[in-house]
Design a protein around this ligand. Structure first.
Ligand code: COA
Length: 184
């Protein structure tokens, strides 16, 4: 079980950071739809999340993550119960040669940027990685995503290489991403 809960005082308000649970699925749907419309720096086109999953599937997935030990999927919730951010970190017990490696992904809703949520969520996940004997934490980030790059570099991630044309937007524009990693 990967259970977590804390109250986090952001610069503009208080949030509860906790594991997502099955009951959060409808809110997560709204949240993903919202953030996918705000930025080109996430992996999906607007509306694609809801096309890929049903709420029921999403609820089952969130429950299995909360009950299992291979993924910590955190949400930051406002005092009004809105999802302000999510951050997922996972490794796989399926392959012994990759047991030391985990992956992480994060997003914060734009109206809650610059409150320290991104840094706090990443820091919790770094602690979780160390508790799980992870030695290398991987992520990918758009080469133009200055904010995320600043956050990751300040936490000790380094660029390992550039993956060219790794994304293609609906308008035909290609995006390059950096493969980044933090070694513990
Ligand atoms: C990147 C993102 C997660 C940052 O979240 P946030 O809650 O605003 O981050 P924080 O307030 O904790 O700030 C963290 C750090 O980001 C960095 N940062 C923020 N704005 C920056 C900028 N304009 N230039 C460089 N670094 C910047 C700083 O290192 C900052 O730390 P500091 O406040 O101690 O100086 C958020 O902007 C986001 O979700 N963006 C859209 C989705 C996305 O890009 N996700 C990542 C995909 S790889």
């Amino acid at each position: 079980m990967s259970h977590y809960r804390e109250e986090f005082q952001g610069k503009g308000g208080c949030f509860v950071i906790r594991n997502a649970e099955g009951a959060d699925a409808p809110k997560i749907f709204d949240y993903m739809d919202h953030v996918d419309r705000e930025t080109v720096f996430l992996a999906r086109e607007p509306g694609e999340f809801a096309e890929s999953y049903t709420i029921d599937q999403e609820a089952k997935l969130l429950s299995s993550w909360a009950e299992g030990d291979e993924k910590l999927f955190l949400v930051a919730e406002t005092e009004d119960g809105e999802i302000a951010a999510t951050c997922g970190c996972s490794y796989s017990k399926g392959r012994k040669r990759a047991l030391h490696i985990a992956e992480i992904a994060i997003s914060v809703r734009q109206d809650f940027w610059r409150q320290g949520l991104g840094r706090r969520l990443m820091s919790i996940q770094l602690e979780w990685c160390q508790e799980h004997q992870i030695e290398k934490l991987n992520l990918t980030v758009d080469t133009k995503n200055v904010r995320a790059l600043g956050l990751y570099q300040s936490l000790g991630f380094v660029v390992e290489g550039t993956l060219r044309h790794e994304g293609k937007l609906a308008d035909g524009t290609y995006r390059d991403v950096y493969a980044m990693a933090k070694f513990f």
